[in-house]
Design a protein. Structure first.
Length: 282
């Protein structure tokens, strides 16, 4: 299991979501209908089978509303949850539980959905050497949480932003003047800890990359399986081979079977359906 993200990273996001929901006057419905001293016990339940993620985020939503709430998690991020399984229990002020409910469910449902879809992709290529990876196609401001959920589902996080690796794409090559120039400039810029990847969509471009040298990874974009196999043979272990483009649950196995090291798709984050979760009061 992967460790949870540090609270200092997560709390500003959860706090902002709670403030958005509370608006200018707080929880009018709960304040109007629930007695201040009423206590309650509730369970966060999976309505459908999936992979849990975002449980620490959901816990924080409850605790920020009322630190006295007792929150007990029954699963950890990355655990499979059967339909009807209780992911966590919350006990304490009924007002606090109801006020935090929607934000907790929004985070846990969204992130569990990402983890669940990632696990489906990972399972589909488990018979190969390839790993499934996400991209930067994430919800603005939620990238750290969504990439954490990808990891919980058995995927790889890829780069986290523009600053932690160099990824030379087709527009960089066009603006720079060519593959060799782009790689030379990247090598001159990168420190000893920074990796360089370059995107190609044709075998002649791949040959130019291999001739120029300097790439740690090569992104093979929108190639059919036969072309991917030929590309993997030409790379021959000199760089990490990553396939991207046209990746779906129906195609991912055939792509991975070509011998690539990674298969990346933005679908893990931008197209993951929310896992249906509910909060049930006793």
């Amino acid at each position: 299991m992967i460790p949870p993200l540090p609270r200092v990273m997560v709390e500003p996001l959860v706090r902002a979501a709670l403030l958005e929901d509370l608006g200018r006057a707080g929880d009018a419905t709960t304040d109007a209908t629930i007695a201040p001293g009423l206590r309650a016990h509730a369970r966060l339940v999976a309505r459908r089978e999936g992979v849990a993620a975002g449980l620490d985020v959901a816990r924080l939503a409850f605790e920020l509303i009322d630190p006295a709430l007792r929150v007990t998690a029954h699963l950890r991020d990355g655990d499979r949850a059967a339909a009807g399984a209780a992911l966590m229990e919350v006990e304490g002020s009924a007002r606090a539980i109801l006020t935090a409910e929607r934000v907790a469910l929004n985070f846990a449902g969204r992130l569990s959905g990402v983890a669940t879809l990632t696990r489906r992709f990972a399972d589909a290529i488990a018979h190969t050497q390839a790993a499934i990876a996400c991209t930067r196609k994430t919800t603005p401001l939620l990238r750290a949480l969504e990439k954490h959920a990808v990891r919980a589902g058995g995927g790889a996080a890829h780069r986290y932003g523009l600053d932690d690796a160099i990824l030379i794409k087709d527009n960089h090559i066009a603006a720079c003047g060519g593959i060799a120039d782009a790689l030379a400039r990247a090598r001159a810029y990168a420190g000893h800890m920074m990796k360089i990847e370059i995107e190609v969509d044709r075998l002649d471009q791949l040959d130019a990359v291999l001739a120029a040298g300097g790439a740690d990874a090569i992104l093979l974009d929108n190639m059919d399986p036969a072309t991917l196999r030929a590309a993997v043979e030409r790379i021959a272990g000199r760089a990490v081979a990553e396939a991207s483009g046209g990746v779906t649950l129906a195609t991912v196995a055939a792509i991975a079977e070509t011998g690539v090291d990674l298969v990346s798709t933005g679908a893990l984050t931008h197209s993951a359906p929310v896992l249906d979760l509910g909060l049930d009061f006793d």
